[in-house]
Write a protein that binds this ligand. Structure first.
Ligand SMILES: [Zn+2]
Length: 237
């Protein structure tokens, strides 16, 4: 009994609120991490896909215990841009509209589709964007964006896990999307779809967040202290 009382009375560690300006600076740091990792990824360092997933989680992951950076700075949940082609239920093949294939001297590779998808981009709410199915494998199992981001972020971004999601394992190790290429040593699967997907998803998030953030900054008084809103002043150029 006494023990219980003692635990109940244990004082909470003293906490103080972080000023809004600090939260905004931190948001900009995270946005910059996205930009930097995208640059590194495009220069050939595909291991950056882990960091991209971790940064996406910091920016956008919302649970009871976890406030995403976008909430700290008061961004709304609208206008997350999707370049995905909606999965076609009647299609019996695998689908992966966020990545395209390219033949190169070194074989066939996946590339992030970015704005090269045949679909007109759509604006979704954050939850719709996270939960939109964007990939279907040979067992007709689907991934949505956020599932893929969290598997990578939780599995590889913060610690090394001893278990792996079965569907993800098949995607990475068993070529569940099914594309093969002919090489000097015979047939081999086309690799790295999961990494290229994270790269594309990070880009969609980045352009969505940049647009929203610029809108907020534009409505503030200009930093040159002209007294005008920034978007009618120095931001115009
Ligand atoms: Zn100005």
């Amino acid at each position: 009994m006494a023990k219980h009382q003692k635990r109940a009375q244990k004082p909470r560690k003293p906490m103080i609120p972080v000023p809004k300006t600090e939260l905004e600076k931190e948001f900009e740091v995270q946005i910059n991490f996205l930009r930097k990792s995208i640059t590194e990824f495009d220069a050939g360092d595909y291991s950056e896909f882990r960091r991209l997933a971790s940064t996406l989680r910091v920016l956008l992951h919302r649970t009871k215990m976890c406030v995403p950076a976008v909430d700290h700075i008061g961004l709304d949940d609208n206008d997350y841009i999707s370049y995905a082609t909606p999965l076609n239920e009647r299609n019996l093949l695998t689908e992966h509209s966020l990545a395209m294939m390219q033949m190169s001297r070194n074989g066939t590779v996946f590339l992030p589709a970015l704005d090269q998808t045949p679909t007109t981009p759509r604006r979704l709410s954050l939850d719709e964007w996270k939960e939109e199915p964007v990939l279907r494998d040979d067992k007709r199992e689907v991934f949505n964006r956020w599932e893929l981001v969290l598997i990578v972020a939780n599995k590889l971004g913060s610690h090394i896990d001893h278990e792996v999601d079965e569907k993800y394992h098949r995607l990475v190790n068993e070529n569940s999307i099914g594309w093969m290429q002919e090489g000097p040593k015979g047939e081999s699967p086309v690799l790295d779809l999961e990494k290229v997907y994270i790269r594309h998803i990070a880009w969609e998030a980045l352009i969505s967040l940049e647009a929203k953030w610029i809108k907020i900054l534009g409505n503030r008084g200009c930093t040159c202290e002209s007294g005008k809103k920034a978007r009618y002043c120095c931001m115009k150029s």
